[in-house]
Design a protein. Sequence first.
Lengths: 300, 361
Amino acid sequence: MDKTVNQKAWFLVLPVFAVVAFSAILPLMTVVNYSMQDTFGNNQFFWNGVGWFKELLDPSTDLGGRFLASLGRNLLFSAIILAIEVPLGIVVALSMPREGWTVAVCLVILALPLLIPWNVVGTIWQIFGRPDIGLLGYTLNSLGFDYNYVSNEFDAWATVIVMDVWHWTSLVALLCYAGLKSIPDAYYQAAQIDGASRWAVFKAIQLPKMNRVLLIAVLLRFMDSFMIYTEPFVVTGGGPGNSTTFVSIELVKIALGQFDLGKAAALSLVYNLIILIVCWVFYTVMTNVGTERPAKQGGA
Amino acid sequence: MARIDLVDLAHSYSGNDAAPESFALKPVTMTWRQGGAYALLGPSGCGKTTLLNLISGIVTPSRGKILFDGTDITLLSTQKRNIAQVFQFPVIYDTMTVGQNLAFPLRNRGVPKAEVEARVRQIADLLDLTFYLDRKATRLTADAKQKISLGRGLVRSDVAAVLFDEPLTVIDPELKWQLRSKLKALHRELDLTMIYVTHDQTEALTFADTVVVMHDGRVVQSGTPAELFDKPAHTFVGYFIGSPGMNIVPAVVSGHEARIDGHIIGLHRNYGVLPAGAKIEIGVRPEFVNIAAPASGLLSAAIERIDDLGRARFARVRIGDAKFAARVPPGFSVPDNRVGLVFDPAHVHVYADSRLVEGVA
């Protein structure tokens, strides 16, 4: 049968092209354009080639130093919150009831922090942690701890991390819970009959079945924490000093604070590239998990 | 290895206060002897899986007791019961190899390594799994996975009993036969008590030396395949076992005679006077009724169709409104509409309210 050729179909896709071009391609290309130039305001631009990119990767320059320092802080932050949220989420999911009305209650309570907008989360913790009027800050100080997230780097980090854990552990827990729910009862019964201990059940049944959702959880949490902006910005403003200035905060400072459009454009392109690479790695790992390579010696 | 006694065992999923008629398992008292091969046979929802889960401890009974070798284990957890169970669908520990899967029940109980190894080898050998021992279990076919589940059930030599909950559901018919005969051979080899739940009579009759038939939460008969065939204790056993099932026809019975439609059929035994008000029926297997050319001394029936099963032909006929099946003797050319029925009196049983009535010789 001949294929029906109908060029009119292009008209149906055209609006999508237009929207994507307007919202994504044009801005992206503008950024690429900026990243090669320097400006001193007045809409005057000067060609700079790959100069900004060279500076970015060179820690001895101001731009490179700031970028690499914030990148380091950002990776450390992501590592810490993953190390806390993933095990904690698993523990929460494991201790949730499997059936009955309490399931609904638990799910609603878990979902609550996820529904709160980022800047509200930031504001809540900013006030909660204040030593003068905040419940947390006041209590800690009256218990004898010298807690002040505005002046102490460690306190600032602790506050931002606890805030993120509070905000996002639910997501990991909900994903794990979904994974756990998909395990048929027969597995638990068989494990009972096989005399498996609680730990053996976790290792042999629950963890393998949670594998996939855990990968998704790690990916989501990594991406989110790598792009974090609003909450630390509202709570600490990136301080004290630069101690909680993450890449996105640095980027906004350069772009909107100093109006260094060229530097900011170069930085955001590199930032974008890192995120793309991480996504690709995760995607590859995820699609390959479970598809075990064929056995080496003699197939069936 | 143990004798298992059930004493007044009953279970309701909605609690002990539920109406007795709604119990998933109505009170049952019976003994499973050590080393027996039992089949628990009945239609879906008759309570056979409930009974199995009670024995293994997955479900705690509402009433009654379970004894292993005389020791009450009713409230003991599954882990402490020393029992093995194989489920309807394969349960595989994904991260382990086939060998580790088989060793799992032994490892958990702290069996010495050398002993584990030897036992795993033996079981893998019996189930033809030796080749796969070092492979990951996830990538195998459903058949192989179920074999691993079976293997995990059989690997412990000291279990009180191995329970099978319709274990061959996911297996191809071809392989079903092989696995079933394998199980039978394993039973002889390993000297384990096995209880096999199924709704398939062929499976039950070929596997077991004692078949326990359940119906509506009750054990209606337990006996050898021959006993179930020759002398069903309940009309349900009669038509559930056998293909086609037993003919059950309302009749009036007194002394040595049963009366159907005014026609008299001679009986082998004397039934005297049966309880008044009971529903009286006679039951006879199609194998023991031949059709013949209509004659004055014979019960007359209308032919509906002939089923040719290859090894035998059965005529589906009607006596009045009642459906009836009877054997067509080899070489007999079946008339078009009416035939006579020739009964073998030794195999005609009498049932009052669905239960077998023993006559006096």
